[in-house]
Structures are given as C-alpha cells and as structure tokens.
Ligand binder design. Structure first.
Ligand code: NDP
Ligand code: MG
Length: 405
C-alpha cells in the first residue's frame, strides 16, 4: 500500500494519528448511490485524511455535480454519454474535469487514486472495477455482482497486479475482520447471516402479490432498489455465498447461511476447535465502509453504537428454501460452476428490473432465473469477453422468458 493515510478522528477524545501524514486519495465508482453517498459522508467527516480524485455516476447528474463541488474532486464522470452537456453545465465555473460514457468511467477507475470504492450496481461495475484492480489499487469492493460473474478471473488479476481487495459488503467485511488467513486450515465453516428481508415471515400467497414498494422496504438496511429486491428474494444471500467462495479460502460446502432478523451479528467464522468468532455492530454501512477506507487503521464512523442490553434478544432461524427459491438457485449455480453464476446474475438483474417496472410479479423473479439456468450451456469461462458474451446471451433469454410470462 502506498500512502498510509493520516487519519484524524472527529470524535472528541479519540484521535488516531498515523505515521504517514499523506492523505489517501479516493475515487468513488457509483458516488450517487447508497454506498457512494455513505462513502462521501465519511470523507466529509475526515477531510484531512482523504482527497477525492474522481467521482462517477449514471443518471443523477445534479447530485454528482454537488458531490464533486463539495469534495473538490478533480474529475466527474457520467456513464451516460447523452448527459455530457448537462454535467458540463452543472460544473461550469469550476476547474473540475468532466467526461461521459462507459469508457470514461473505466478511465476514471484508472486515474491514480490510492483507493477505489467499487459502488456501481450490477455487472456494469465489472469493467471499471477491473480497471482499478489492473493498476494495483486498493479496491473497496461493494459491487458483489462483478465477483459473482467473474470471480476467478478477477482474483487472478488482483494477484497479477498486486492489488488489494477489501470486502465492503457487511457480511464479507465481518468475515475479513475475524478470519485467520495465516491458518485457514483451522477454519471449519463460515456463516453468513441474513436479515430475511421484508418477507421473512410472510405467507407465500402474500409474496406472490408483493409490490415493488413492499419489496424495497427493508426492515434494517437503507440500500439501493436492486439490492433491496435481492434481499427480499434472498438472492442477495445467494450472490453473497458466491462472493464469499471467491474471497475466502473455503469450499462451497463450508459456506452456510443463517437468518438473524436483527442484523447485529454481521457474519461468523467457525474454527475446528469449536470457537466461533463474529463481528457485531448496528446495521449501518458506514462501519464497513470506514473500515475499508482506513484499512489497516481505523477511523471513527457516525454509526450508532451497539447497545446489547437495550436490544436484549438476538434470534436465529434456518432459511426457508421453499419461499426463497433464489437462495436454492444460487447454491446450485455455485456448485455448478462459473457459467451458471454469470447466468444466475444476469437473469436476476433483468428480472429484478422488470419487477421494479411492474411487468412481472415478485415470485416470477425466481421463475425467470430458473428457466435461464435450465437452458444455459456449460461454457468454459476463460476470459472477460466470455463473461460478457454469456451475460449478453442470458439477458436476451431472460427478456424472452419475461415476454412469455
Ligand atoms: P444504488 O442503486 O444506490 O447506486 C448505484 C450506483 O451505480 C449509482 O451511483 C448509479 O448512478 C450507478 N450506476 C447505475 N447504473 C450504472 C451503469 N450502468 N454504469 C455506471 N454507473 C451506474 O446501489 P447501492 O449503492 O445500493 O449498491 C451498489 C453496489 O453495492 C451493489 O452491487 C450492491 O449489491 C452493493 N452493496 C450495497 C449495499 C448497500 O447498503 N447499499 C450493501 C452491500 C453491498 P446514478 O444514481 O447516477 O444513476
Ligand atoms: Mg451484504
């Protein structure tokens, strides 16, 4: 790692002077989203410790321009080429450079920031995240879809470029904090906790009728629409099993899911001697984001502190694969191999978009995914071009299935 940041805490009485006085420079891919906005919030609270290199977004030009002005970013990029003039206009009178289009987002990831937050949603994040990896950056990985569809290829690139991948997804961040990487043979199991989402205890008949507004109303976390629907179908936990398989030295059989409605234990690692280590906290993404931004140091975050006496009870239950078939489909894809994971992810992205647009019902999401998985070819996935090809083919197949529905 290049610059050990000088991290100053904003909490009175707690300061963490670091050895190196150089601020860490940060690029945020997907700055206008939920992960992106939480990252900006932390940067604003630690202005002496971080500078902003580039911010990228898609449609929310107004917020992107406001964030660029507030953080003094050098570069602001929209992935939507048709919005170039809008962004240019919104940043007129500043010396912030402006660019547009998917290639410009990849170029922003390539700009020389010490740390890149990968906060784009969906497989659209793959190219830009890879660009950051390939130049050996420290990458805070929130975008789980890119590991699901290109995990092995990405990890090869990480090793080749000497990049550092820090898991931001709360479960993987928790495991990262308690996993003994030097003695991985002593790990018997990792346990991903799941809130169960808004339909954890709903009847199947109710789930069939679920509206987008009900599906995105997550009981514990405030997130973007796509991941909120994924949480409601529990596809999110399925994607996270595949993400964990790539991030940690464990087999698919060593990855378990446990429903824990309070979202206080963010995940656990079980060791061969029976010890179980966990990371706990209130459900606020600013904790794992702060951990990754400052790693290997720690900075203060405004997340509410955990009050276990106030909470009094933590509960646990097994996931219900009947009402949440997406979790079963993801487990099957994980066992099947790389092409199945790409199909799972692409079909799910198309189905979730269609559900949010009110074209299909909530329980049609697993139907679309299952039909694409049943029809796909078990191609070898040896290049990023192969990933893109299977992804595109699946999106077309999923659109056909939606037409049939
Ligand atoms: P949001 O929908 O809130 O934000 C997505 C971001 O990506 C926005 O900045 C959006 O721009 C941008 N974007 C959307 N489409 C494209 C595209 N085609 N090209 C380039 N940029 C694009 O998502 P979240 O922040 O909730 O999630 C981001 C990622 O992090 C997801 O992979 C999710 O699974 C993961 N994650 C999120 C968590 C959370 O708490 N939100 C927790 C754990 C993981 P614009 O808004 O301008 O359109
Ligand atoms: Mg998660």
């Amino acid at each position: 790692m290049e610059a050990a940041a000088k991290i100053a805490s904003d909490t009175p009485g707690v300061s963490l002077p670091l050895r190196d006085a150089e601020p860490r420079s940060v690029t945020i891919l997907g700055s206008t989203g939920s992960i992106g906005s939480n990252t900006i919030d932390l940067l604003q609270r630690h202005r002496d410790s971080f500078t902003v290199e580039a911010l990228t977004a898609h449609s929310n030009i107004e917020l992107l321009a406001e964030q660029a002005r507030q953080t003094g970013a050098k570069l602001a990029v929209t992935a939507d080429s048709s919005r170039y003039q809008d962004l240019k206009g919104a940043l007129s009178g500043t010396n912030i450079s402006v660019a547009a289009g998917p290639e410009a987002v990849e170029e922003a990831a390539d700009a020389p920031a010490d740390f890149v937050m990968a906060g784009i949603v969906g497989a659209a994040g793959l190219g830009p995240t890879l660009a950051a990896v390939r130049r050996g950056a420290i990458v805070g990985l929130a975008n789980k879809e890119c590991l699901v569809c290109a995990g092995a290829l990405m990890l090869n690139e990480v090793a080749r470029a000497g990049a550092t991948l820090l898991p931001v997804d709360s479960e993987h961040n928790a495991i990262f904090q308690v996993f003994d990487f030097e003695r991985d043979a002593s790990v018997s199991r990792i346990i991903l906790t799941a809130s169960g989402g808004p339909f954890r205890s709903a009847e199947l008949e109710h789930m069939v009728q679920a509206t987008p507004a009900q599906a995105v109303a997550h009981p514990n976390w405030d997130m973007g629409a796509k991941i909120s629907v994924d949480s409601a179908t529990m596809m999110n936990k399925g994607l996270e099993m595949i993400e964990a398989f790539h991030l940690f030295p464990v087999t698919a059989e060593q990855i378990d899911v446990l429903v824990h409605p309070q979202s206080v234990i963010h995940s656990m690692v079980e060791y061969i001697d029976g010890s179980v280590l966990a990371q706990l906290g209130t459900p606020d993404m600013r904790t794992p984001i702060a951990y990754s931004l400052a790693w290997p140091e720690r900075i203060s975050a405004p997340s509410a502190k955990l009050d276990l006496a106030e909470l009094a009870t933590l509960t646990f239950e097994k996931p219900d694969l009947e009402r949440f078939p997406c979790l079963r489909l993801a487990q099957e894809a994980l066992n099947e191999g790389a092409a199945a994971a790409i199909v799972l992810n692409a079909a799910n992205e198309v189905a979730v978009r269609s559900f949010l647009d009110e074209n299909i019902g909530f329980m049609d999401i697993p139907r679309v995914v299952e039909s694409c998985l049943e029809r796909h070819d078990e191609d070898a996935v040896t290049s990023i071009d192969a990933v893109k090809e299977i992804d595109a083919r699946t999106r077309a197949a999923a659109a056909e299935e939606i037409d049939r529905i």
